[in-house]
Design a protein around this ligand. Sequence first.
Ligand SMILES: Cc1cc2nc3c(=O)[nH]c(=O)nc-3n(C[C@H](O)[C@H](O)[C@H](O)COP(=O)(O)O)c2cc1C
Length: 270
Amino acid sequence: MSDTTENHPGRDFQAATRYERRTLGGHRLDWDRRPSSFKTYEGATSVPLPPPSIEGPAGGLWEAIARRRSVRSFAGEPLTLQELSQLLWASAGATHIAPNHLYRAAPSAGGLYPIETYVAVRAVDDLDAGIYHYRVAGVEREANGPGERVFPAQGHALEQIGTLDLSAPLAEAALDQGMVARAAAVFVWTAVYERSRWKYRERAYRYVYLDAGHMAAQLSLAAAALGLGSCQIGAFYDSEVDTLLGVDGVDEGTVYLSAVGRPAHPRQDA
Ligand SMILES: Cc1cc2nc3c(=O)[nH]c(=O)nc-3n(C[C@H](O)[C@H](O)[C@H](O)COP(=O)(O)O)c2cc1C
């Protein structure tokens, strides 16, 4: 279909978020207004996750890269809680703590970590179906001042924010892609825009997608390494997924999904 309008929002977005030598600079960071890189659901039932393993799978990274393929057909068997823990850690988890900063598994522009991870669970051993938010680490706000302290060793948990199995409505929201209903779990990544906008202003809108892409790539390789399958999903009705998560789509909005499960057809060369 030819474009008969003068509207080119994609092109406008690229133009509005360009860095140019003549215009860059002059933006002072307001440290008192720096947003937290952590979201927590106070009062939610918290499910501690088993610690991730850093033992490498046979064949390691190169084999995972060679084996990774988008998998859209899943067997009925559930994931184990250990597998889900490993996938969460590999894509969004804490890997290094430095004074005042917690580094995570995937790169993030400025280390601001604007992406939140939610998991719609359909079939995971020892975990009720429902919708969960991934708590990367324990966070404690300091009583005096804007600072916060993180406790990665005590953190790493799922916060249950809903008890309904969302696999069917999520599949509908993802343009009726059946794999979403059949997946054992669906990762949903949202962007909390202000975390990145605080520093990068309009450029932030590019960075949140790059950040989410890194996380999804790491999830896809971790899944391949565990003999699981995943498919990354960019096609969904934004407001429908936002509503299922309970986010407003403005300050926090869905950017990307991944369906995960045991492949129905394990690869012949596996
Ligand atoms: C940004 C992005 C969005 C995607 N969205 C979908 C989607 O909505 N549905 C789907 O079936 N696959 C989706 N995919 C998967 C691609 O179709 C798949 O990666 C591509 O066909 C290459 O196959 P491979 O992943 O097995 O290498 C998406 C991939 C990316 C990177």
